[in-house]
Ligand binder design. Structure first.
Ligand SMILES: Nc1nc2c(ncn2[C@@H]2O[C@H](COP(=O)(O)OP(=O)(O)OP(=O)(O)O)[C@@H](O)[C@H]2O)c(=O)[nH]1
Ligand SMILES: [Mg+2]
Length: 305
């Protein structure tokens, strides 16, 4: 996982940790570091910002001894990475919102959107499972009435975590399914309604209009974009477009476990202003984790705990 960017950071550290280098030597090494980041799907703006910060901060390091210099370099890289990644703690944001809505008698409505095959349906069920682990109930609306097999897939996954799915027929109105699920949640005092939707691309006008309609009708408290880490730079562009169309609050980056490069995890929050709330770390329904910024940075810098 994340081998590409790990390598970029490791080779930069190797080159600059041992001796005190001239400014032009540092700049040369950082330039090749920047290109390595870009080739591992780090957005160009983010790679440039990281490179500029690293150069700036390295100039201020004046420690002659090897071990101290290595530590100082690591700290520079850590701080630079930290300035571009933004996390949000699901427990203090999302879970707290669910709890406070519940205590005032209303369900929290969460709308999941994203491109085809990004990981929405799996992530919806994972989030339901996560809520369950916090003692919170949920119901899922199958608002993908479009793709063949979508209802059966969702029901099959939901059964594994014991959560109820509200569905209509294929070809039905996805917004009506969402409304039904919201009514069912109110009647049964269920704390959260998770709305799974059909995959769509940012160029498909009809499906984008439909997504807007689902949002208008269901009036969600939270909108989550689910994207595929393997899509790299494409994720950044898609989050921006989806945000323009429907407005999103958080990103779930699925399939991080399979991502050999790592650029989207580093770039997406900085480029879009939307924090990553969870990352998908496998196909199992427990494979969902809050983005732990410290751990991500440790992993990238190769001293994971
Ligand atoms: N390795 C890995 N696979 C994942 C992860 N999340 C989802 N997948 C797999 O990705 C594939 C697509 O996932 P879905 O949840 O069906 O994606 P979707 O966005 O609902 O797809 P559509 O409804 O067709 O748009 C499935 O085979 C999932 O098992 C993850 O975090 N890691
Ligand atoms: Mg789906």
């Amino acid at each position: 996982m994340l081998e590409g960017i790990k390598k970029a950071f490791a080779s930069l550290t190797d080159k600059i940790k041992t001796t005190t280098l001239s400014e032009s030597e540092i700049e040369k090494h950082v330039e090749s570091f920047k290109l390595q980041l870009i080739s591992n799907d780090v957005a160009v703006d983010v790679a440039e910002k990281l490179a500029a910060e690293v150069v700036e901060r390295l100039k201020t390091i004046k420690v002659p001894r090897f071990s101290e210099r290595r530590e100082a370099v690591m700290q520079v890289l850590e701080e630079s990475l930290s300035s571009v990644i933004s996390e949000v703690d699901p427990d203090s944001s999302f879970i707290n919102l669910v709890k406070s809505n519940y205590s005032s008698g209303k369900p929290t409505v969460v709308l999941f959107v994203g491109p085809n095959g990004g990981g929405k349906t799996t992530s919806v069920v994972k989030v339901s499972n996560y809520l369950k682990s916090k003692g919170l109930s949920s119901i899922i609306a199958c608002s993908d009435t479009y793709r063949a097999g979508a209802i059966e897939q969702l029901k099959g996954l939901a059964e594994r975590v014991g959560v109820r799915v509200v569905s209509h027929k294929y070809g039905g109105d996805p917004a009506a399914v969402a409304l039904d699920a919201i009514e069912a949640a109110k009647a049964a005092k269920i704390s959260t309604v998770l709305i799974d939707t059909a995959g769509r691309t940012e160029v498909d006008r009809n499906l984008l209009e439909e997504m807007r309609k689902i949002k208008r009708v269901s009036n969600p408290d939270v909108v989550i974009y689910v994207g595929d880490a393997l899509a790299g730079n494409v994720v950044v562009e898609q989050v921006k477009r989806f945000n323009e169309y429907v407005g999103i609050d958080y990103v779930i980056l699925a399939k991080l476990d399979a991502d050999m490069k790592g650029g989207s995890a580093i770039s997406v929050s900085y480029m879009t202003g939307k924090p990553i709330i969870f990352v998908g770390t496998g196909q199992g329904l427990d494979d969902l984790e809050p983005l732990d910024k410290k751990r991500l940075i440790s992993t990238v810098l190769g001293h994971a705990s």
